[in-house]
Design a protein around this ligand. Sequence first.
Ligand code: SF4
Ligand code: SF4
Length: 440
Amino acid sequence: MEPIQIIQILAFLLLTTLALVVSGKKYVGIYRNISMGKSEESAPNRILRWKNMLRIALGQGKMFANLPVAILHLCVYVAFVFTQIELIEIFADGITGSHRILYNSIQSSWFTGLYTAIISTIEVLSLLALIATFFFLARRNMLSIPRFRKAEMEGWPHRDANIILYWEIVLVTCIFLMNGADAALHPDEYGFVISSNLGPSLLGSFSENTLHLLERIGWWGHITGVFVFLIYLPYSKHLHILLAFPNTFYARQRPAGHIENLESVTQEIKLMMNPDTAFAAADPSAEIPTFGAKDIGDLTWKNLLDAYSCTECGRCTDQCPANLTGKKLSPRKVMMDTRDRMEELAAFRKSSGEEHDGKSLLSEEYVSVEELRACTTCNACVEACPVMINPLDIIIQMRRNLILEQSNSPEEWNALFNSIENSNAAWAFPASDRLKWTEN
Ligand code: SF4
Ligand code: SF4
């Protein structure tokens, strides 16, 4: 084995180990963060779980409301999936210090045609992905699309969305540089649909050494880009590429708009309606319940998985009647706040060894009272989400906490609550007088 091959193997193994250790640490951290949530029963219908995952996460089933954009999105997605095939050979080359190990092992057999067809498909998809990426960059930065211009998208979220698009351009360019230089070095081999046609004509004037160098730059550029992407992914909204799968798999299967009753409140109602049987069924040793959610530990693990799966696309906010009528509420921001607060609490626990930092998700710093009160519980955000996230569930849990734990409700509502509590009715009249309004 040549010294250069040994260097390639060592550098590749070092890079792989670094990427796996750094990203692995972050992925474990995310798993721990999601585990801070309360338990929640998984959706019961297993077949529906698989159907949801295959249709919505793999098949991008909810993306087709806007067909042209959906097609461009599909190009990037399919190119991403297909490029992994070429990555197998790049990995095999990295570990063995060889060059196009798959191609050389099947050379002159009928598999060569299959190999050429696969790489050509990847090239076509990569070109389409490149066009889509430029379109997405222009749309995000040059067009005034309201959902990309909301307050919660300023700063890092905006940069994050752009970084990944620039990175996509780097990755695709490296693939074409690698294939193009290779095709220019071996004009009679390969037959890749784009690089075998363009490579020799664009790069053919370079010397053999320069072409080798360009091929290596493309190869190392692509694999390094993949590793950087792997490390960057868990810090970015693009984590949804991975988490969309478990998130749709574990999505709730209740009817749309269904709001779960609070067990403790149901018990209260039973007491009011029928004190004798309800008292008999009550457990006197039971702990006094807390109502709703104030912070991360009050939400369920599924709420927290939702937060990490959010793509920050803003389709929910785009459909939210509260947001559309100028209110501060944005369901996307609720998800982003939940994720940010989760990260903050986890960092505090790690650095201090203490359980809680005294802050909470329900606060002016994160989700404010004004935002919570603006929600009409219409469920439009849940319907709009392409990866089955449920911002409404978090809003309802926090609103329950606001009212039942903190007695923080608008003055106008208090008379209603008092009447329900004292007279079992919305009006301040005894229940026995309920039907009086029908008289005369
Ligand atoms: S349920 Fe609330 S947050 Fe969701 S779209 Fe309706 S008003 Fe907006
Ligand atoms: S909750 Fe869903 S629709 Fe809303 S921004 Fe996140 S991914 Fe998009």
